[in-house]
Design a protein around this ligand. Structure first.
Ligand code: ATP
Ligand code: MG
Length: 572
């Protein structure tokens, strides 16, 4: 796999990949934390309080929250004070260490303050998308059984009363309390007078910190548990992958209810003493550029779904904003694909750095690094301290350029501590001794770069050949009428496997049988006559998760006339 783009920033934090990887030890990495000397562990202390102890950093901006052009900023000192008051308040009301707090709020500073307050007192927080409907909330509440829920008067009505039986109190950020539940407590009214010092609860490395549900791309969402020890991985990847240094302004443009927003919108930048920007307004291309310009964003961590929307909004838009501040651009969540890679390079004048990780891995595990060459279409190489391989069905490590399941050697610090209420599901990830199996199919090239081929259940077997959906989707997207594409396989009653494509069209294009035929011919000519696209269906939109990922399983289920599983997690 030859195409490569030279390193963008030779002075970035990770310069010599081979040397760093060879010399790496997680024990040494843990030496960056105050607990390596004091023995007192709590992520809130490392992410916030340690900066407050130093007069040089105490008043540095930690969080910049913008919504509808209004900006609210918090220094490390203010975050410490606010989250300490919240910790007192919640504890006074009966929330204790190891209890779970579900946070059901639209993007707002309170989400981040609540995350820190829970960490501070040894409780477990669980952010939820504010766009969740009744059913989506019900599934998660029944599974996670929180002791308390934090919400707002605008959202409280959506909480399903039947699933709230174990919930002892509902905190409301502000009033009025509608009186739907027994104990509705208005935080805003209870805060005045509460002191701003809270005796941090020192915890064990393995004390649970947050519980987060996966995106639900492949099936019902799983409640993944993460611990305070994850901080070692958060800090390392903040330094090496996002290349953060003091003075940087990071914008992770993802919701806090998605693991990327929790880890890289809050913990990781703060562990590095860096400012985190949160944009509370819904995504729009012009607002994306404006956010970078307005807040002087130096590092942006985004998704292919957003990049596609930027590309659709046109190439002349970026030129209207001053983005000179932006030094490093990284993506996660899905394959970025060569087309979007080159679009970023051309239109944004930034080389995007694709990364790969999962809710379960707790931190970025594969990445393209700014001081090293990137390969368009690749997820990059393992982060120092992570060992990745491609395994076959028998758990044997595969040679280069052979497709198999992407697996990680167990033992990196941010690895999940469990699947909530489902130990079988947890154990299943580790069915090959010593390895964590990701469920993603990939290949590795001769230089150790990994390429994503699809989820294992997205793969298509045609004859003896296995193909990943992206291969066909990339060709489809190159057709001049096509905006987006998704491909699934369909087994006919005759057992013959057919490939079916779903496409959305660019503005001004009209669906027709003739266009479908033309698209099929295009795939035949540009991919291979051996991989025939049997059908093309035109859709207005492709089904996606709330974090913007393509839901091929929904297309498969619809095709077979089956229930779409948990359709609930779909965007809108
Ligand atoms: P669920 O586990 O509920 O089906 P999900 O896997 O989408 O949902 P997340 O934990 O948010 O939930 O996402 C992790 C997955 O995202 C990975 O397993 C992988 O399939 C996909 N992913 C992340 N980064 C990349 C990437 N760079 N290229 C391709 N896929 C990626
Ligand atoms: Mg998953």
């Amino acid at each position: 796999m030859k195409a490569r783009i030279p390193a963008q920033n030779p002075r970035a934090n990770l310069k010599d990949y081979a040397a760093e990887t060879a010399a790496f030890s997680w024990t040494d990495a843990a030496g960056a934390f105050t607990w390596s000397e004091t023995g007192r562990i709590n992520i809130a202390h490392e992410a916030v309080d340690r900066w407050v102890e130093d007069p040089e950093t105490a008043d540095r901006t930690a969080l910049v929250f913008e919504k509808a052009s209004l900006v609210d900023s918090f220094s490390f000192r203010q975050l410490k004070q606010e989250s300490s008051r919240w910790a007192h308040l919640m504890r006074n009301q009966g929330l204790e260490a190891a209890d779970r707090l579900f946070v059901f709020l639209p993007p707002s500073p309170e989400i981040y303050i609540a995350l820190l307050a829970c960490a501070r007192m040894g409780a477990i927080s669980s952010p939820l998308y504010s766009t969740f409907n009744y059913g989506e909330l019900e599934v998660r509440l029944r599974d996670g059984r929180p002791k308390a829920v934090l919400t707002s008067p605008d959202l409280i009505e959506r909480l399903p009363a039947e699933a709230m039986t174990g919930v002892e109190m509902v905190f409301l950020t502000r009033g009025p309390a509608p009186g739907l539940f027994d104990r509705e407590l208005i935080v805003k009214d209870l805060l005045p007078g509460i002191e701003t010092e809270f005796p941090t609860q020192w915890v064990d490395q393995d004390t649970p910190l947050y519980l987060l549900f996966t995106s639900g791309s492949t099936g019902p969402p799983k409640g993944v548990i993460h611990c305070h020890r994850d901080m070692v991985g958060h800090l390392l990847t903040a330094r090496f992958v996002l290349d953060l240094n003091p003075g940087d302004v990071l914008w992770t443009d993802c919701d806090a209810a998605w693991v990327t927003g929790t880890v890289y919108g809050a913990f990781a930048p703060w562990l590095r003493g860096v400012t985190s920007v949160v944009q509370g307004s819904p995504f729009s291309a012009s607002n994306w550029y404006r956010t970078i310009e307005r807040h002087g964003v130096t590092v942006c961590y985004t998704t292919p779904a957003h990049v596609k929307e930027l590309a659709e909004a046109g190439d002349d838009l970026p030129g209207r904003y001053d983005m000179a501040c932006l030094r490093h651009l990284a993506t996660v969540g899905e394959s970025l694909g060569p087309d979007m890679f080159y679009w970023c390079k051309r239109a944004l004048k930034r080389v995007p750095h694709e990364t790969w990780w999962m809710t379960e891995t707790g931190m970025i595990c594969l990445a393209n690094f700014p001081a090293l060459d990137t390969k368009p279409g690749s997820m990059g190489r393992p982060v120092p301290g992570v060992e990745a391989a491609i395994l076959d069905e028998n758990g044997e490590v595969q040679p280069i350029l052979t497709m198999g399941e992407l697996a990680l050697k167990t033992g990196w610090p941010a690895m999940m501590a469990g699947i909530w209420q489902d130990d079988d599901r947890y154990q299943y990830y580790f069915r090959v001794p010593g390895w964590f199996l990701s469920g993603d199919m990939a290949v590795r090239d001769e230089e150790g770069y990994f390429f994503h081929m699809g989820r294992n259940d997205d793969l298509i077997k045609v004859g003896q050949q296995m193909i990943g959906p992206y291969e066909v989707e990339h060709v489809l997207c190159r057709h001049p009428a096509v905006a987006e594409a998704a491909v699934i396989s369909k087994t006919m009653p005759t057992n013959e496997v057919r490939i079916k494509g779903f496409v959305t069209l660019l503005m001004g294009q009209t669906a027709s049988a003739r266009l479908a035929q033309e698209i099929k011919e295009f795939v035949r000519a540009n991919l291979s006559p051996d991989i025939p696209l049997a059908e093309v269906t035109f859709l207005d939109v492709l089904p996606r998760t709330k974090s913007g990922k393509l839901l091929r399983r929904v297309l498969r289920a619809r095709e077979l006339g089956l229930p779409v599983g948990d359709p609930l997690n779909m965007r809108d």
